[in-house]
Design a protein around this ligand. Sequence first.
Ligand SMILES: Cc1ncc(COP(=O)(O)O)c(C=O)c1O
Length: 487
Amino acid sequence: MQKRFTYMKERIVDISISENKSIRDILRKIDKGALGVALLVEPETNFFKGIITDGDVRRALLQGLDLDSPVSQIVRPKSITASIDIPTEEISKLFGEAVGVIPLLDSNNRVVELAFFDTRVYLPISEPNLGAQELKYVGECILTGWVSSAGKFVTQFEQMFSDFCGTQFGISSSSGTTALHLALVALGIGPGDEVIVPSFSFISTANAVVYTGATPVFIDSEITTWNMNPREVENAITKKTKAIIPVHIYGHPADMSPIIEIAEKYDLTIIEDAAEAHGALYKGQKTGSLGHMAIFSFYGNKTITTGEGGMVVTDNKELADKIRILRDHGMDPGKRYSHSVLGYNYRLTNIQAALGVAQMERIDQIVDQKCTNAAIYGKELSSIPGITLPPNAEWAKNIYWLYSILVDEKEFGISVAELGKRLEIKSIETRPLFPPIHQQPIYDTKQHLPVCERLSKTGISLPSSANINKDEINRIAWEIKNIQKKK
Ligand SMILES: Cc1ncc(COP(=O)(O)O)c(C=O)c1O
């Protein structure tokens, strides 16, 4: 298999050093470049003379050289280089056990590019968990020609997913965002109406409200769950309020009982945004079954995926029927090409649903693995000063869609952004937490919502897919501990 490597031209200057310098100088260069090597170049001409690894320096010191010895005394193996003109497949073949950096030279023997391969696997923030069953079902769509939005997998996926949530109906759609839009339109929400949403969410929670002509009203989160604060909900209600959208952020359920109580008191509808919370539990009950309706996303980074895709689940037959019509151009169910309402083309395809069915066969396993991984993270990270673990209320089952922590800069020693940068250098991908929607340029409401602003400023998500294993989590935790110690 071709090795995945990256180019690091921008580090050439950092790690280049002339032959007449000392070992101390070269160690500084190696440290600065953080690639484990330095490049020896001829003074003045900058012609490439060789590559020195941190291992070469270590061995030289052990054999009696000291920090002031000249670099030229270090014994080193022949350097592996390549011409800048050779194809990437050829470069890929040159990497090996002890070769992680390959200088690429121009015809004048100057280093013009660096090919860098980390011998440890790159750990992405998330990746889909796909296998042979997905391939089989998608293959079936192709072999039978059922590739569009009609076909057995669509209804099968809807049935399996609504059963999983414990709801009567599941109506698939092209994305989580279109599912939200459909749910709001089915409720008749439109211009002049207000919908209460948490500011701490992905932007589509608010955008879907705006698509209908209604206004999203942003409220703050509670620090214990990172979710919509029920006390803030009641304060935000006006005569125009029609619905509340609690979001189960990062896989932890919102505190639904008080929100349901308020909704009943003011006769408001609840649409759960469970895009990130497949299989999470609130007081033992599945997210998705707690409001009047709920939506899920099956985007590629979600707990299960259909590539792109979404679903509305509900127990309300009337709403389910309406949504089915709305997602299919508003076509009357009994009369083809007759349209009594303005609809949309928001259908999921049979190919996407085929992926969904295969994913549903493994969903419990995927969720369990994510929870197991979160427990390993928790054990490793809990003792690090300045780190707050993700919420885990005693009434909740968090499914840790993205395992996210808060970092207190003072106690930890460096900012969360710096931590992200240092982990990236170690081939560990991270992601900042969502910026509050009320501060997004298109909304910019000038509100001050301190909890979500703090979450966004201090939070970071770590590699979270069900595909990563205990050793990899230990490696991530080790790097974080090490960064904290060095600061
Ligand atoms: C909380 C939340 N709501 C809605 C969505 C929208 O889902 P999609 O990306 O499938 O449109 C997402 C997904 O990214 C999300 O995280």
